[in-house]
Structure formats: structure tokens, C-alpha cells
Ligand binder design. Sequence first.
Ligand SMILES: [Fe+2]
Ligand SMILES: [Fe+2]
Length: 219
Amino acid sequence: MERTEEFSRPAADEHGSDPSHGAAEHGKARAAFRAMDEGTAADWQIIGGEYRAFAKGLPDRVLAHLKLLDGDFGGFPVCRLEHSLQTATRAHRDGRNEEYVVMALLHDIGDTLGSYNHPEVAAAILKPFVSEEVHWICQNHGAFQGYYYFHFLGMDRDVREQFRNHPHFEACRLFCEKYDQAAFDPDYDSEPLEFFEPMVRRVMARPRVSLYAAAMEDA
Ligand SMILES: [Fe+2]
Ligand SMILES: [Fe+2]
């Protein structure tokens, strides 16, 4: 599959800056302050309205970013998007609930920008929308997944043992055993991204835990 990008960016000059300062934004109201300590209620009414609209676009940005994993094999038998779809499909067919399936779909989304700590990127994106257990599974899946390959790279496959007495140890161990480590089969009939799209939208419809949750309440 070919890599697809759905991000649209304004034309940049030779210095990489946008000479139009965002032509699409032209004509929209903007706050008047030059430093936040000059801000007024009117300023923040403008920004708050923009924030609510922007935040509601999160599922679109997440789905677009997942597509960046398409065609990215990194030596594996399947590309990172197929691995993500297969992990989520296996979890769904095993009867896991929606937030778990969405976690399975997103668990490696941080590979692009979090090359040295990818589980934490996905966990941070999911944190406002999922249970503490599902968040913990995502955040720590790297250590548990290592059981299946760290010893081939001169690393300790038992690094997950540091969490042995944690209440979510078994849940994370099962995620890796049943879904993540098993999701590299090129012949598996994974559901397409479109199948999971409504789930992503429902799970991300409203944050449960966020410093900014109150700002979304009248949205
Ligand atoms: Fe991972
Ligand atoms: Fe994975």
C-alpha cells in the first residue's frame, strides 16, 4: 500500500515559514494580546470557540496520522498500519470493548515521532478517553512486548517483571500475547481502517479526564 498524507499545509517560503500567516485563517477574529498577561475575557471567548472546534477534530487528525503508518514495514512482515489494524481486529473479534479496541488500533501510532518511547505517545493521546487500565496497558506494552524479542537484540526479555505485582500486569501480558505479538500475519483478514472509524469517533467524543475538560462542557 502506498503512503497517504491528508495533512494540508499552506505554502512555505524558502525559510520554511508561511508567508501568508495562514490564508485560510484570514478574516477570522483573533485575540488582541501580545502576551497572555494582557488577555481579556473577549480574547478568550475567541480562543475558546476556536479550541472547541479544533478539539472536536481530534478523531480526524488521529485517523490521518494512522495513515502515515501505511507502507512503513521497518523489516517486519506487515506494515505498521496493517499491524495496527490486525491488533485491533483481533481484540474486537475476541470481544473486547470499544475503548480497548481503539487502544489496540492506536497503540503504535507514536512510532513516527516517538521512535524511542512510542507507547507513551499513544498512551498520552488516549488518556482522556479510556479507563486507567486501558491507559496502563498502552503505556507499558513496550516492556511486555519485549518478552517476545528483546533476547534476540541482546536485551532482557524479562524486563516486564518489574511490573509483576502491578494490578494490570496480567491485562498487559494478555494484550501482548493475544493481540500485539500475534498481529504480524500477512494472511490475516484484518478489518479496514473505515471499520474502526466510528469507534474512534465515539471513544474520542468527549474527554473524561483533562485539564481542559471544563472548556468543552458547553460544546
Ligand atoms: Fe508497540
Ligand atoms: Fe504493536
